[in-house]
Design a binder for this molecule. Structure first.
Ligand SMILES: Cc1ncc(COP(=O)(O)O)c(C=O)c1O
Length: 383
């Protein structure tokens, strides 16, 4: 296939064939897993093949990076040992003294790291309602702010950040924009095309999609200081993904498009039905027309609004915990983005600092039959 033909291929095609790579030596359609931790040095003391040691160099890891990079339209992509290590590598790369603006509502463990760990490492962090661009503008310190962090849709209230707007505001002040696009996935949103400098994924979620790998990814619009620093930090701190996990990640990516569209269709249908459920006081899902971020979501999410939604249970926190205890088909577990549907009383895990209301149940719609999912949920909510 010519390079021009390859450039015309859709993301779905690229992922289904893992970029069409085959193993040169065996002609295997599915490339082997490279497990070697070390590589032979040439007799003249050089490493002509390029790979030296397994911590920085692994062909199976590079395959996962190539597929994710193609999906995001990135110039440079790194996979790391978890979503947290991906985010931390990026923040550490900014260096001591850097100022960072982060959302008030975001993935709780990363918010906790920014609040509790990052200051000891020399980072200055301010939290703001970054979904409101005027508040973001006020939180930025021109010259000092190195990075603005956005998560959209944001966990677990599913607010929508305006990626193009945030990129404009950040860049005007000389800061870079990073977007946690874990829940949007490249199927629905391509943040780099909207002006983002770095896209971060907990690849544990939709990218892998089968609840059997912990992994993270950073996708860079340009191969410049940010990507070089993150790569160096991954190597220096050993924040790596094992090749077997990288292989599973590439395998999961082959069906990303199908899985994510099926989950989003289920989430949309459930959000509509739950909006009329007597046991539910509010449904938080950006696909619903009354959602405050709906118009922005329509603009920047192409083809769907994701598989994540939350509900507030009318009778309060205890009723929410009791409803989660009554499900049979939905799995009562943390995490999201797998093929199986998960339900979670979110405040129980996020603790007292969380902006998450105590009556909230977070739902990760899987790819099961929506009628089966609905019957189970409806019964658990006392329908
Ligand atoms: C939106 C989001 N970002 C980041 C993370 C952290 O990823 P990991 O658990 O792979 O470290 C998570 C995990 O739940 C998440 O939901």
């Amino acid at each position: 296939m010519s390079d021009e033909d390859a450039r015309r291929l859709s993301a779905r095609t690229l992922a289904a064939q893992a970029l069409g790579r085959i193993d040169d030596e065996t002609r295997a359609l599915v490339p082997p897993i490279h497990l070697s931790s070390t590589f032979i040095r040439d007799p003249d003391n050089l490493y002509r093949a390029g790979d030296v040691y397994g911590r920085p160099d692994n062909a199976t890891v590079r395959e996962a990076e190539a597929v994710i990079g193609a999906l995001e339209g990135a110039a440079e992509t790194l996979v790391l040992g978890s979503g947290m290590s991906a985010a931390v590598a990026l923040f550490l790369g900014l260096g001591p003294g850097a100022h960072v603006v982060a959302p008030r509502a975001m993935y709780w463990a990363l918010r906790a790291w920014l609040a509790n760990e990052a200051p000891a490492l020399g980072l200055h962090v301010d939290f703001a309602d970054v979904e409101d661009l005027s508040q973001l503008e006020r939180a930025i310190k021109p010259g000092a702010t190195k990075l603005v962090w956005l998560e959209t849709p944001s966990n677990p209230l599913w607010g929508i950040g305006d990626i193009e707007g945030a990129a404009r505001v950040a860049h005007a002040a000389g800061a870079a924009l990073a977007v946690d696009s874990t829940c949007a996935t490249p199927v629905f949103t391509r943040p780099i095309a909207l002006g983002t400098d770095v896209v971060m994924h907990s690849a544990t979620k939709y990218l892998n999609g089968h609840s059997d790998v912990i992994a993270g990814a950073l996708c860079f619009a340009r191969d410049d200081t940010l990507s070089v620093r993150a790569r160096d930090i991954r190597k220096a701190h050993g924040l790596i993904l094992h090749p077997f996990e990288a292989f599973l990640l590439t395998r999961g990516l082959r069906t990303l498009d199908l899985r994510v569209r099926a989950a989003a269709a289920n989430a949309m249908e459930l959000a509509l039905r739950l909006s009329n459920h007597a046991g539910v006081s509010a449904v938080l899902y950006p696909g619903l027309p009354h959602h405050p971020g709906h118009e922005t979501a329509r603009r920047q999410m192409q083809g769907g609004f994701g598989g994540m939604l939350s509900i507030r249970v009318r009778d309060g926190a205890e009723a929410a915990v009791a409803a989660a205890a009554r499900v049979a088909l939905w799995k009562r577990a943390t995490s999201l983005g797998g093929v199986e549907s998960l339900i979670e009383h979110r405040a129980s895990i996020e603790g007292p600092d969380s902006p998450c209301p105590p009556d909230l149940l977070r739902l990760s719609a899987g790819i099961e039959d929506v009628e089966d999912l609905w019957r189970d949920l409806d019964r658990a909510l006392g329908g």
